[in-house]
Each structure stands twice: as structure tokens, then as C-alpha cells.
Design a protein around this ligand. Structure first.
Ligand code: BG6
Length: 505
């Protein structure tokens, strides 16, 4: 668990429900979901009448399972043994084969049992933490078993983890499959970036403050940079990553979420559909990339060996466990996008993400234009730095504004200074997983922070030309960046051509 301010507090506890976790023997349940439920409980937000039913392919000894779940929270600074055990007492598990209808008959029985024991009121949150190839099958089987029917005032909701499809066609097909069984209001397509406090704060920063919105446009903004840099390599996920690569893994979801929050128009209300309508409009307005554009505005990279600051010497991607020795999968991507709108015409949005980069850093940089002319004649123009607003999403969560200031002394010399806000200093840091708000919102039925079918498809349609061109023209020069660097030289060149540079702190 990372140290970030507590996501939700002060609200009412969610109403009674059961949460069914498919894939409950996996990492996500242990590392994120159960600790998030525990944090919600500590904040008084978990329903009083609540149960968790986990299921997975493995036979598990219940004692050992609870023990494994406990490992993650025991070190928690607010660990309260009685409270944790009270939560564990509400957790059950049964082995299942998700392709077999008999497993859903068993699930129905388990749900009835939970309803009787814990008075969950017939409300159920199904969480699909399973291989994406099974999403459609599970939803269909839930439908066939009558488990997602909402009647007598009870609700049934399904949370679907990413990746939602692997290209535009498959995302459309999956949307069709799930919408055949579920109404859109029952579908919660999760993007864990929206669970981050700092990501949610983009909206508050923009729309709860009067002074930024008037300059948030092409008249004042020179360009926008969005960076999601990781020090981690592929870890033990080569099987998935060899199919996905950085573009699919990060861009249509996490980076486009950041892009749409930064670029959207103010919604007419904070209602889920009003917000999602505006976000969708941004994605719809992204200039479509022609194959020529892909060659000039999209850069891919793959890490070679190198030294990463907090990690030490690391091998090349191609030498990682489970990766093909001649893999052509990209572990880095940079894009230059344009948005066809009155607000953003002519303002480039530079996006980049990669693994094994120089540091772990997610941030949005709003680079403002230069002053119209230079009043301080003896100062060379290049010494006057432009205003820069940095929204630091992680790890050092905060916001800083760079501006010019006079260096004290008899002559006029200019320096750059930062006005800096750090979440941890102001609000303190309580441990959270990033899933608390998302789970709580699912229980409340608030879809604001979840992806609607149209935005998932719009995201894929923006990057589909890149997928197509890259597939047709495999990169021959991999690896093209050293681990521990800021990515391939071409990514520097992409932005340098426009007279700008990435902020590489
Ligand atoms: C996941 C990707 O969605 O996000 C991973 O599949 C990536 O490859 C992760 O490492 C990054 O998330 P965070 O919260 O650590 O920035």
C-alpha cells in the first residue's frame, strides 16, 4: 500500500450488499481489494451488512486463504486485529470453473447463504478479476443463471477490470456481449487511475477555482505534457505484456483518462453522465492519425539493459523471464496528439509512458506561452522561463506553479521559482490502495469514475491507426533505450522538433 491521503471519508456507509470476487485467489484480491475494503471499514464506509464471496479455480484451505489475505494488511500502521478479523469472518471462498454452469448454481446458493447470514438484502457487486478472455463468458453465465436480474428493488452490478478488449473491434464485440446481458447502468469498467486522489483532484482544481479556467486554453497554453513513467520492468507479467505492449496497456485507458480530465469542458453538473459526456467529447475531438502521422507523431521503444536508480542493474526486456528473445513488443510509447476544438486548436498534447525509465513519475505539465515581449532588455529571452503548472499525480503528489522572480541584488536578474503544494504536508498521508473510492462508488451506484462503453471505444479508435501501422512495420532497432534513461532519442526529437523539451526531473 502506498502513502496517499485517504480517498473518501465523511460519507455515509454504503447500503447492504455482497461482493463476489471472481479470481479471488489472485494478486489483486490480496494486494488491493481486501485492503481497500479494510480501509473503507476503518473509515466507517463499509456496509454494516456485508459479505465477500471469493471464487477461483484453486481449491483453497480457508485458514491458509485468510492467512494469505492477512499478510498484506498486518504491517498497516492502523492495523486493528479485531476489526480485521471481523472483516475476515465475512469472507468466504469456493472453488469454481467459470465456464461450467454448475458453478453458477453453487454461486446462487452461496449468495442465498450470505443473504441469510449477513442480511445483504439481495444486492450484489460482482468483481471480475479474471483473464480478459473470460469476461464475456462470465457475464453470459451470470445472465443465464439469472444472477444479474434486478427485481424487488435489489441491485446487481458488474465490475470489469482492464484490459477491455485489445483493439477497437474486440472492445466493440465485448461491449456488445456484456450489454446483451446487462444494462449500461450495471456495468462498471474500472480504470484504477480514476481511483487516485490526484487524478480526481484535476476536476476540483479546474472547476472549483476561478482563476485557472480563463487561461486554460489555446490563447495561453503552449502545450501539454502527460508522462506516466515507471521504474518497474515487465515483472512476472510477460504473458500478458507480450500480447499487449505499452501502447495498449497504458494509453487508451490511463493516459486518455488524464488527457480527458485536463482537456474537457466544464460539465453542466457532477452527474455521472454529464461528466462522461464531456470526457467523451474530448476523445472524439482528437485529430485522427493517418498512417503518415503515425510515422511522424508516434514513437515506440523497448528497454535494453541498464541501471535504474532504486533498483540497480537490470536486464533488457528481451532477457526477462517469459519474453521472446527477439520480441518486437514496445515497452515505451510517445505520441503527439492534437484536439480539434475551439479551446485546444493548435495546442499539442505530448503523451509518453514507459517501463524501466529514470524514475517513477506520473504528472501533467501545462506549459504556458511566453510573455508577448521582453521588458527586461538586458536579460536574454532564453533566461526568462515560462510559467509552468505541474500536476504531480504520483509519487510526490501535489501541484506546483513555476514563475519568474527577481533575483535579489542591484541589477535586474531573473530566476525561476516554484510555488509548491504537497498533499502529504497539507492533508497528511494515510495508507490507501487507490481502490477505496472505486469500490465505495460501485456500492453507492455512482458511475462517474467508471468508463462508459463509448469512451472505451473512442480510446481504442484513437490508437487503432498506431496499432495497425506498427503491426505492419515491425521495429527493427529494438532495444532502443537503456533502462534508467528517459526513453528513446526519438521521443526527445518528437518534442524538440516543436522547440520544446520534456520535463525530465
Ligand atoms: C496497469 C498496467 O494498468 O497500470 C501496468 O497494466 C502498470 O503495466 C500499472 O504498471 C501502473 O499503475 P500505477 O498505479 O502503478 O501507476
Amino acid at each position: 500500500m502506498s502513502d496517499k491521503p485517504t480517498p473518501v471519508s465523511g460519507g455515509p456507509p454504503a447500503g447492504p450488499c455482497a461482493m463476489v470476487i471472481f479470481g479471488a485467489s489472485g494478486d489483486l484480491t490480496r494486494r488491493k481489494l481486501l485492503p481497500a475494503l479494510y480501509n473503507l471499514d476503518l473509515e466507517g464506509l463499509l456496509p454494516e451488512r456485508f459479505a465477500v464471496i471469493g471464487t477461483g479455480t484453486r481449491e483453497l484451505d480457508m485458514e491458509a486463504y485468510r492467512e494469505a489475505l492477512s499478510q498484506e494488511v498486518i504491517g498497516h500502521e492502523r492495523f486493528d486485529q479485531d476489526r480485521w478479523h471481523a472483516l475476515l469472518d465475512r469472507v468466504d471462498y469456493f472453488p469454481s470453473d467459470l465456464t461450467d454452469p454448475a458453478s453458477y448454481t453453487r454461486l446462487a446458493q452461496e449468495l442465498e447463504k450470505a443473504e441469510k447470514e449477513h442480511e445483504t438484502g439481495g444486492n450484489v457487486l460482482f468483481y471480475l478479476s479474471i483473464p480478459p478472455s473470460l469476461f464475456g463468458t462470465v457475464v453470459k453465465n451470470l445472465g443465464d443463471a439469472g444472477l444479474v436480474r434486478e427485481e424487488n428493488g435489489r441491485w446487481r452490478r458488474v465490475v470489469i477490470e482492464k484490459p477491455f478488449g485489445h483493439d477497437l473491434a474486440s472492445a466493440k464485440a465485448l461491449n456488445e456481449e456484456v450489454r446483451h446481458v446487462l444494462a449500461e447502468r450495471q456495468i462498471y469498467r474500472i480504470d484504477h487511475y480514476l481511483g487516485k486522489e490526484t487524478v480526481q483532484n484535476i476536476l476540483v482544481f479546474r472547476f472549483a477555482n476561478g482563476i485557472f479556467e480563463p487561461v486554460w486554453n489555446r490563447r495561453y497554453v503552449d502545450h501539454v505534457q502527460i508522462t506516466v513513467a515507471e521504474e518497474l520492468g515487465v515483472e512476472h507479467r510477460a504473458r500478458y505484456y507480450e500480447e499487449a505492449g505499452a501502447l495498449r496497456d497504458m494509453v487508451p485507458n490511463h493516459l486518455f483518462q488524464l488527457l480527458s480530465l485536463v482537456a474537457m469542458e466544464p460539465p453542466s453538473s457532477f452527474d455521472a453522465d454529464a461528466v462522461r459526456d464531456e470526457k467523451g467529447k474530448v476523445l472524439r475531438a482528437i485529430q485522427p492519425l493517418s498512417p503518415e502521422d503515425v510515422l511522424s507523431r508516434a514513437v515506440r521503444g523497448q528497454y535494453g539493459p541498464g541501471k535504474v536508480l532504486d533498483v540497480g542493474d537490470v536486464p533488457a526486456y528481451r532477457d526477462e523471464e517469459g519474453v521472446a528473445p527477439n520480441s518486437e513488443i514496445e515497452t515505451f510509447v510517445a505520441l503527439k496528439l492534437g484536439i480539434d476544438s475551439w479551446r485546444w486548436a493548435g495546442v499539442p498534447f505530448y503523451l509518453r509512458t514507459g517501463k524501466r525509465l529514470a524514475s517513477r513519475l506520473t504528472e501533467v505539465v501545462i506549459q504556458f506561452k511566453s510573455v508577448p515581449f521582453l521588458l527586461f532588455r538586458d536579460t536574454p529571452i532564453e533566461h526568462v522561463s515560462r510559467n509552468q503548472l505541474v500536476l504531480r499525480i504520483q509519487p510526490d503528489e501535489g501541484i506546483s506553479l513555476r514563475f519568474g522572480a527577481k533575483v535579489p541584488g542591484p541589477s535586474v536578474q531573473l530566476g525561476s521559482v516554484d510555488m509548491d503544494f504537497r498533499y502529504a504536508d497539507t492533508f497528511g498521508a494515510k495508507p490507501t490502495t487507490g481502490y477505496e473510492t472505486l469500490l465505495y462508488d460501485c456500492m453507492l451506484g455512482d458511475q462517474t469514475l467508471f468508463q462508459r462503453a463509448d469512451s472505451v471505444e473512442l480510446g481504442w479508435s484513437v490508437i487503432q491507426p498506431v496499432i495497425d501501422v506498427w503491426r505492419a512495420l515491425p521495429e527493427r532497432g529494438f532495444p532502443n533505450y537503456a533502462s534508467g534513461s528517459w526513453g528513446p532519442e526519438d521521443a526527445e526529437a518528437l518534442i524538440a522538433r516543436d522547440g520544446c523539451a520534456w520535463r525530465n526531473p
